[in-house]
Ligand binder design. Structure first.
Ligand code: BTN
Length: 267
């Protein structure tokens, strides 16, 4: 198969052409330690909402819970700078919006059917194909969110470290043919901007229900690892803020805002 496709400034500009703000200003790098860290620096310099940082590869890609994110060439590694007000922050988790847009963009780019695993994983064939890392800080009293998204689009599987190959996949690997990074980025920016504006304009419930429709874990028995305890029960749905609702043994309702979730298979 051919070498993986690579993004340059012209391709990123084309991908953002139809957008109102997402990706209109973009920093396109051959390499970054972490695009989230570069976006954070730009935020400190006053960069506006919608500023995008994209890198062809990362040397210190960050995942959730202090994990690393393998970032060889062929993947889409991006961070979007968002400046949501307080109300927006409580309507729907930006992590979920990013996951929904990534899942939909991958489906359209590769004609596949990915699913979402709450709170931040996109899966295909039971393996991870994308992940989201949203980092929130306050700057001069205002919320700044760096929404980092890693999508394994055109990544050859053998470019991943051996341990990652067991748990991750890419569109290229699933389809057996190259997939365009520019097209995937174009789809993603359009979908994310649409969802962000829908939530901002009061349509959070609609976006959350679209996310929930992509979560096969809802209705099944799950185990959630929290920093201080582990819960087990039926995942019944998402609440109005995007938190996971569990019905634990004895019928008690628990609402989980963050945690590692795994399915519990019947013995
Ligand atoms: C996870 O699933 O644990 C989240 C992975 C997030 C990876 C992306 S790649 C672009 C951005 N820059 C980073 O350092 N991390 C995010």
């Amino acid at each position: 198969m051919s070498e993986p496709s690579l993004l340059d400034e012209a391709a990123v500009a084309r991908a953002a052409e139809a957008r109102s703000s997402f990706g209109k200003r973009a920093l396109v790098l051959a390499e970054a330690a972490s695009t989230n860290d570069r976006a954070r620096e730009l935020a400190r310099e006053g960069a506006p909402e919608g500023t995008l940082v994209v890198a062809r590869r990362q040397t210190g890609g960050k995942g959730r819970l202090g994990r690393s994110w393998a970032s060889p060439e062929g993947g889409l590694y991006l961070s979007l700078l968002l400046r949501p007000d307080e109300a927006m922050l409580h309507r729907a988790p930006l992590t979920l919006l990013g996951g929904l847009a990534a899942s939909e963009a991958l489906d359209a780019a590769g004609r596949v059917a990915t699913s979402l695993k709450w709170p931040n994983d996109v899966l295909l064939s039971g393996k991870k194909i994308a992940g989201i890392l949203a980092e929130l800080t306050k700057e001069k009293g205002e919320n700044v969110v760096v929404l980092g998204v890693g999508m394994n689009v055109d990544t050859p599987l053998d470019a991943f470290p051996k341990d990652v190959r067991k748990i991750a996949t890419s569109l290229r690997a699933e389809k057996g043919s190259p997939v365009s990074l520019e097209e995937t980025l174009r789809l993603f920016l359009g979908l994310l901007e649409g969802h962000y504006h829908t939530v901002r304009d009061g349509g959070g419930a609609l976006v959350l229900s679209r996310a929930a429709d992509r979560m096969p874990m809802l209705g099944t028995r799950v185990r959630v690892r929290l920093p201080d305890r582990t819960l087990e029960g039926k995942a019944t749905g998402l609440n109005a803020t995007g938190a996971l609702v569990l019905e634990v043994d004895g019928g008690k309702r628990e609402v989980v805002f963050a945690g590692d979730v795994e399915e519990v298979r019947p013995a």
